[in-house]
Design a protein around this ligand. Structure first.
Ligand SMILES: Cc1cc2nc3c(=O)[nH]c(=O)nc-3n(C[C@H](O)[C@H](O)[C@H](O)COP(=O)(O)OP(=O)(O)OC[C@H]3O[C@@H](n4cnc5c(N)ncnc54)[C@H](O)[C@@H]3O)c2cc1C
Length: 398
């Protein structure tokens, strides 16, 4: 193990968890990742292994049968997993966000009902804000939940881009509701929607049409979801009170951003490892290419970017763990890690020469995975909006 992506001040427990995850990645993920990814095959054995390691309940409190670990521990595990295969981190990410939202905003009944089964990986979460007509602009949501006289709701609308849409059994779903508030953001409600795993009709008034064929991030299923008069009881409103959905979702997205930053760090680290190994093996003009200064400098720049992204990601996670608002730091970490990840992967690709373009080499997969880091949990443009607005408030002239 090299010197990059080390984290100071970790407890013995954290170090043990990370060691176990790294071993799992080296032994069970890396050897099969590229083959499964090319086949777009769901990594069932890997997912079963992660369940055994307790990863599905890593951050869920011990009183609900989880390991009660911090966001930092979770993010460092995600970094390790994404170093092996980014799609696997996608399998756990939406699950983790939904569990986090229930932990933070759910009623005690909802916590009792879902968290122990989520910790065991029996209930699996998906997170649904995006629609065919919107992603960045959440205020434009059209999926609507209409309240009946008995207090229950009927949900109709179309959702898009549900990571784990097929495999999940619980969707945290953002809808519009009529709360009579003057702001669109206070007229939104999050529902906890239960469904069967699979495709087609997976519940009363719920259809998951099939997997979206993607450029990368394969293996994990990403789907649409269609709701046609789905009947749901009022006690499935997250936190029991309508009108709070937007804020609950944004809280979830904030930890999701740390998670995507961690994924980008993992991909970048792997791209660096591949490049530095290849550069010592490949010879041109009578010596290993690593001995050409242009390549050595490129490796030095790549490693520096990996370290910078890791450091910012760790800081953003640590702030949330201390109970501080980390919207700016999570946005900065996500933006920087995603942009650097793409640059580092591109550099590793160049170092591989023509072989980087062959599907036999891992860098081809990382190249496609890196692109998604620029989009998921908010594009770099959206991160800049969040960071810029907060800074203007903070540094407002007297
Ligand atoms: C593989 C995959 C998995 C996903 N999983 C999920 C999921 O599980 N749950 C979920 O809810 N969503 C998910 N998404 C959706 C994802 O969050 C959105 O794609 C993302 O937020 C961008 O939204 P959009 O695609 O609608 O782009 P748009 O919002 O249409 O943006 C298009 C372009 O315009 C730019 N832009 C938009 N507004 C501004 C502005 N004000 N100023 C400057 N530039 C702007 C954007 O940066 C982008 O470059 C997933 C997407 C993908 C591809």
């Amino acid at each position: 193990m090299g010197r990059l992506c080390q984290t100071d001040g970790l407890s013995e427990d954290q170090q043990e968890i990370l060691k176990a995850v790294r071993r799992f990645v080296d032994e069970k993920i890396l050897p099969v990742a590229t083959e499964l990814e090319h086949a777009d095959e769901y990594p069932q054995e890997i997912v079963d292994g992660l369940k055994e390691l307790g990863i599905f309940g890593l951050m869920i409190p011990e009183e609900y049968d989880g390991l009660g670990e911090s966001l930092l521990t979770y993010a460092l595990c995600v970094e390790e997993i994404a170093r092996g295969w980014m799609s696997v981190s996608g399998v756990i990410n939406t699950h983790f966000i939904v569990a986090y939202m229930i932990m933070q905003h759910g009623t005690e009944e909802q916590k009792q009902k879902y968290l122990p089964r989520m910790a065991a990986g029996e209930v699996r979460g998906a997170f649904s804000m995006s629609e065919p007509g919107l992603g960045s602009d959440v205020s434009a949501i059209t999926t609507k939940a209409t309240k009946a006289e008995d207090g229950s709701y009927s949900i109709t609308g179309q959702k898009m881009w549900l990571t784990n849409g097929g495999t999940s059994t619980l969707i945290a779903l953002l809808t519009k509701t009529d709360e009579g508030a003057d702001s669109v953001y206070r007229n939104m409600t999050t529902f906890l929607v239960e469904k069967e795993p699979g495709f087609g009709e997976v519940g009363q008034g719920i259809t998951i049409p099939g997997k979206i064929d993607k450029m990368g991030y394969k293996g994990v299923d990403t789907t649409e979801a269609i709701f046609e008069g789905h009947q749901i009881a009022a006690d499935q409103v997250l936190g029991g009170e309508p009108g709070k959905g937007f804020y609950q979702m944004m809280d979830g997205v904030e930890v999701g951003r740390v998670n995507v930053a961690a994924r980008a760090c993992g991909i970048a680290l792997r791209a660096f490892e591949l490049a530095i190994a290849y550069a010592q093996q490949r010879e041109t003009f009578g010596k290993p290419i690593a001995e050409h200064q242009a390549i050595m400098f490129r490796l030095a720049e790549m490693a520096t970017k990996v370290e910078a992204a890791h450091t910012m990601m760790v800081r953003a996670a640590g702030m949330k763990d201390k109970g501080e608002r980390n919207d700016v730091e999570a946005g900065m970490a996500k933006m920087l890690a995603a942009e650097y990840c793409n640059e580092v992967v591109q550099d590793s690709f160049r170092i591989h020469g023509g072989y980087g373009y062959s599907k036999e080499y891992e860098i081809e997969r990382l190249y496609r995975e890196a692109a998604f880091m620029l989009i998921g949990e908010g594009t770099s443009d959206i991160q800049k909006m969040i960071i810029g607005r907060a800074l203007l408030k903070d540094y407002k002239l007297g």
